[in-house]
Design a protein around this ligand. Structure first.
Ligand code: MEV
Length: 430
């Protein structure tokens, strides 16, 4: 069977159909891409389409389901690293992802409250009235089975700021939507009522991207005997990855880069599915600093002759709304993932997969960092990509890569010269 990796991009489009990752008409919609007309409907002043490479990562096995994972990223090695890590983890049973809850939080901040204690009392007593008002502002989410699940209120005294605040939080089941519009409409809807009840002024009402009611945990466990990598024994590799994980807990410089590696995977799938990656980034970084210090989001440790990895993170994503329906790539992504957007539990399934992809990406980075270093793998992959990009066939790639690694500069022109020379030599041999 022709390999996806060594095929030319045009051939890969055919393979996507041949292997039933997506239907032919979906692939055709990808060839056309996002139209300028659609872009014009999405944002203001649009006059072009900014493209990003879109590729597939393989070997993902999460909660007993196999996935081909579409990723939008401009960074070389990310997709290969994800696939490589997922392969090792799949050989050990794959990932187990678990959704803690799926609700979005929003807040109304009130200022100039004459009597904070009294205001808190009133809000708590009038909880049902406020929830009813929120539902009246956005009735369709209640019809779809969602709605406000809790309301709480907190007084923030003026200790570090000149201003004190009374903040009312709503936690809302937004079903399959990410929920920004739902929350913002509800919060603006209850603001006048809150002003009336408290005698204060509503400063703002807005969804929070610190999505602590949308936490996901993903976990994997790889026995030492499946961890052997390059010339390093499994146990030694596990010890080093565990040490690297501890470094990301104690050094903020390392924690930031550690988490950047996780985001290489997370963002690429969040983006590919038409979700708001800035929201996910903001939430995950805030969560990384939840105890007052910024730390690595994942942890790796040794347990019963296995390397165990785990990450918990807020993942506020949706499978409907925003640009999901509009963008042909987002639509294709759901088809490739075999996740039906809008279906019950689809957002939970996607969140579990995004977390697993982040942890896989992290595993790949740590494995490379504590073994041969990151550069060697990068250069090897870059050489391979260059060879393929100038048209090297499967049986020519290795020879071109070998020569490219020895060349003074690794670029397309050099790759082309090497390939031409290789073919000439071959012809002469015949
Ligand atoms: C590069 O995009 C990501 C890494 O720096 C992540 C890490 O250091 O863990 C390799």
């Amino acid at each position: 069977m022709r390999r996806f990796y060594t095929s030319r991009p045009e051939k890969r489009l055919e393979l996507v159909v041949e292997r039933s990752y997506a239907q032919e008409e979906t692939v055709n919609s990808l060839k056309e891409g996002l139209s300028l007309d659609l872009a014009d409907q999405m944002i203001e002043n649009a006059f072009g389409i900014y493209g990003l490479p879109y590729g597939l990562a393989f070997n993902f096995f999460v909660n007993e389901k196999e996935y081909v994972v579409p990723m939008a990223t401009e960074e070389p090695s990310v997709i290969a690293a994800a696939s490589g890590a997922a392969k090792t983890i799949k050989s050990a049973g794959g990932f187990k992802s678990h959704i803690h809850s799926r609700q979005m939080i929003g807040q109304v901040a009130l200022i100039d409250i004459p009597h904070a204690d009294q205001a808190i009392q009133i809000i708590e007593n009038q909880e049902d009235v406020l929830i009813q008002a929120a539902h009246t502002s956005y009735p369709s989410i209640v019809k779809r089975g969602g709605g406000v699940r809790s309301l709480s209120v907190e007084y923030l005294p003026a200790t570090e700021t000149e201003q004190d605040f009374l903040v009312v939080y709503l936690s809302v089941d937004t079903q399959e939507a990410m929920g920004a519009n739902i929350l913002n409409t509800m919060l603006e809807g209850i603001s006048p009522l809150l002003e009336e009840m408290t005698g204060g002024t509503a400063l703002m009402g807005i969804l929070s991207n610190y999505a602590t009611n949308s936490l996901v945990t993903t976990r994997c466990s790889v026995p030492f005997d499946l961890l052997k990598y390059k010339k390093i024994e499994g146990e030694e590799l596990a010890q080093k990855i565990s040490a690297a994980s501890q470094l990301a807990q104690s050094d903020v410089y390392r924690a930031t880069t550690h988490n950047k590696g996780i985001m290489n995977g997370v963002d690429a799938l969040v983006l590919a599915t038409g979700n708001d990656w800035r929201a996910v980034e903001a939430g995950m970084h805030a969560y990384a600093a939840r105890d007052g210090r910024y730390r690595g989001l994942s942890r790796w440790w040794i347990e019963d002759d296995c390397l165990v990895g785990e990450m918990t993170a807020p993942l506020a994503i949706g499978t409907v709304g925003g640009s999901i329906k509009l963008h042909p790539y987002a639509q294709a992504s759901f088809e490739i993932l075999n996740i039906e957007s809008g279906q019950a539990e689809a957002a939970n399934e996607l969140a579990g997969l995004i977390a697993a992809l982040g942890l896989a990406q992290n595993f790949a980075a740590l494995r490379a960092l504590v073994s041969e270093g990151i550069q060697k793998g990068h250069m090897a992959l870059q050489a391979k990509s260059l060879a393929i990009s100038v048209g090297a066939e499967a049986d020519e790639v290795q020879a071109v890569v070998r020569q490219l690694k020895l060349a003074k500069s690794m670029n397309q022109a050099t790759a082309q010269t090497i390939l031409d020379q290789h073919r000439k030599n071959k012809k002469e041999e015949i």
